[in-house]
Ligand binder design. Structure first.
Ligand code: RIB
Length: 298
C-alpha cells in the first residue's frame, strides 16, 4: 500500500516571465517569454510526492475563479485527493509573480485565498491528518494554521515535516513540536534569531535537515554530521527544487525509510526537477529517480 501523506499549504498560479537579466529598480525591460504555470509551495510538494508514488491528500484554499479551477484540475490529474480544497468566494486564487533570468529567479507571492486556510479549516481536516503517515507543511499559509496542524498531528502520533519557506521567525514552542525542519542555509540563519533558538539547534540537530542545493544535504545522526551528496545537472530553472526535495524526503519517511534514504530521494528528485522549466513540470516519477540513481547521476 502506498504511504499516505497529507500536505497542507499554498496553491498558486505562477505568472512566469523569462528575461535575459533581472531589471534594475525603476527600469522597464523587454522580456523573452511569459507563461502561466501551476505552483505554490504546498501544491508543488503535493505533486512531487504523488509523482514519487505516495497517496496524497492536499488541504488548501483557492478563489472561486478560473485559476482556482485550473489548479484543482491539475492536482486531480496527478491523482491527488482534493476534496479538502475549499473554494473561497470574493477572494482571488493566490498568484506568484516570477522572473527567471541569469539561471536564477525572483518570486513575489500574493497569497489571496491561501490566507483563508484558517485554523478552523485545519480542524475540519483532523481525520485526514490522523490517517496520514506524514504531515508536510510550509509557511505560505497563516502561521496559526501551521501551529494547529502540528498540534493535531502530535495528538495522533503523525510524523511532521516543516519546510520553513518563505522563511520567517518561528516560535521555539513550534520548533519543539516538529519532527523534521528542512531549511536551506539562508533560512536556517534567519530562523535562529535568538540565543535560545541557537541553543535549541545545537541540542536538537537531528531535527534539522539543511539543504545546500547541488552540494547536497547536511543532518546529524547521533553525534555524527552526515553529508548526503547532491548532484551536478544541467540547470534550466530552479523554481520548485526545494519543494521537490521536501516531497521526496516526506515520501521516503512515510515509507519508513531512514533519514539518509529520505535525503537521497529528495536530492535526486530535486536535481532532476531543475533540468526542466517550471516548478511542477520537471518533477520525476519514482522510475525516473531509480534510473538516475542506477547511473549515479551521470
Ligand atoms: O517554491 C516555488 C513556489 O514558490 C512557486 O511555485 C510559487 O508559487 C511560490 O509559492
Amino acid at each position: 500500500m502506498a504511504a499516505k501523506i497529507t500536505i497542507i499549504g499554498s496553491i498558486n498560479m505562477d505568472l512566469v516571465t523569462t528575461t535575459k537579466r533581472f531589471p534594475n529598480r525603476g527600469e522597464t525591460l523587454l522580456g523573452d517569454d511569459f507563461q502561466t504555470i501551476p505552483g505554490g509551495k504546498g501544491a508543488n510538494q503535493a505533486v512531487a510526492a504523488a509523482k514519487l508514488g505516495a497517496d496524497v491528500s492536499f488541504v488548501g484554499c483557492v478563489g472561486d475563479d478560473a485559476f482556482g479551477d485550473t489548479l484543482i484540475k491539475k492536482l486531480k490529474s496527478q491523482g491527488i485527493f482534493t476534496g479538502n480544497v475549499e473554494p473561497v468566494t470574493d477572494v482571488p486564487t493566490g498568484i506568484a509573480s516570477i522572473t527567471v533570468a541569469e539561471g536564477d529567479n525572483t518570486i513575489v507571492v500574493v497569497p489571496g485565498a491561501n490566507d483563508h486556510v484558517t485554523p478552523e479549516v485545519i480542524c475540519q481536516n483532523e481525520e485526514t491528518i490522523k490517517n496520514s503517515d506524514v504531515l508536510l507543511l510550509q509557511f505560505e499559509i497563516p502561521i496559526e494554521s501551521v501551529t494547529e496542524a502540528i498540534r493535531l498531528a502530535n495528538k495522533h502520533g503523525v510524523k511532521t515535516v516543516l519546510n520553513p519557506a518563505p522563511v520567517r521567525s518561528i516560535e521555539l514552542s513550534l520548533l519543539e513540536k516538529v519532527d523534521y525542519i528542512t531549511p536551506n542555509e539562508h533560512e536556517l540563519n534567519v530562523m535562529l534569531d535568538t540565543e535560545e533558538k541557537k541553543e535549541f539547534y545545537q541540542q536538537y540537530r537531528e531535527k534539522f535537515i539543511v539543504t545546500q542545493g547541488a552540494k547536497g544535504v547536511v543532518y546529524v545522526n547521533g553525534n555524527q554530521e552526515v553529508n548526503v551528496k547532491g548532484y551536478q545537472v544541467n540547470v534550466v530553472d530552479t523554481t520548485g527544487a526545494g519543494d521537490t526535495f521536501n516531497g521526496g524526503f516526506s515520501v521516503a519517511l512515510a515509507e519508513g525509510k531512514s533519514v539518509e534514504e529520505a535525503c537521497t530521494l529528495g536530492n535526486v528528485a530535486g536535481a532532476i526537477s531543475v533540468t526542466q522549466f517550471g516548478a511542477q513540470t520537471g518533477m520525476p516519477t519514482r522510475k525516473e529517480v531509480n534510473k538516475f540513481l542506477e547511473s549515479d547521476g551521470d
